[in-house]
Design a protein around this ligand. Sequence first.
Ligand code: ZN
Length: 405
Amino acid sequence: MSPNNVQNDTHDSKRAKSSSGRPVSAATSASNGKTEEAKRKESSAIYKPKFSDSLSRVNNFSIIESTLREGEQFGNAFFTTEDKIKIAKALDDFGVEYIEITSPAASEQSRQDCITICNLGLKAKILTHVRCHMDDARIAVETGVDGLDVVIGTSSYLREFSHGKDMEYIIKQATEVITFIKSKGLELGVNRVGIADTVGCANPRQVYELVKTLRSVVSCDIECHFHNDTGCAIANAYAALEAGATHIDTSILGIGERNGITPLGADKEYVMNKYKLSQLREVENLIADMVSIQVPFNNYITGYCAFTHKAGIHAKAILNNPSTYEILKPDDFGMTRYVSIGHRLTGWNAVKNRVQQLGLILTDDEVKEVTSQIKQLADLKPLGVEEVDTLLRNFHQKVNTPLNE
Ligand SMILES: [Zn+2]
């Protein structure tokens, strides 16, 4: 279990308490759900493009999930056959269209695992990723995969320092291998062309220009693969879709060679209906455990601070309307919102919300008074949830106890 779970369980338990107390707030009460939804739609509309873009595939793409291929190249990764089956099933259930697995030419166990996964009867299509070489292609087509991603480096560096072949040789080799794969009736071959930023040097503008150019010369699907060496992997994937790419490679938590690739994740309406987003955190925790890492605290969507609000002015607005500071809805991802109050930046509106969650009755002036007590104590050290709750209960008891008793 990563600490991510622990933190969010804490959040969940706080939510449970609130349900037994008085109505929580306008923002979270069920009766106000419709209004909140309408408000959210209205406010998110301002982020949408003003004009329709016929090139963009942002609302129509497929995921090639590569945790079982690129992810296996992550420094800490060692997936047993059981691990691979678990991951493949979880990804299939999540709803990805393709699962890419390690080349069966890599090792005998890899070959056997490839056959095992092909025989699981998953909805997702199974691809493997092989070098552009007849030996690899021959082994791969016998495993039962639905298609092959064929890779060969074409940059001047790789031509000089890796395989040492010139462009003429690359074209001849690719033609031979692709002709062979197509003769076996497998998907891909030349059904889709791929661009890989294997060194992670591209920026979104370059990606947009490159994919747009490619789109103008090929009519087939375009797959893109982005490494995250400079932190641009998500932005590059988005730019690629805007320029007309149809398929994006991902891995869970972005694990892969060096610091990995575009992570599996999501936002906006298109993917809401397509993938089981509420399982994202679960799938991430599964992989985090297997490769002995923790989900980063600031992970987008599922990091334990992703829906935690701290500053008093933020908390007040969030409690009135979550759209003020949340572009994503935590519920869509199986997450919960948390308003942190045990610190010196807290505000009385957030404290009042907690008072109501605990079922305590205090006037606004009393809430302001107890808020100032929290601030004084929090100047010395941050307070835990339990400490703040105890303080609130004690304060409530004090102000509600007649003096002569
Ligand atoms: Zn890669």
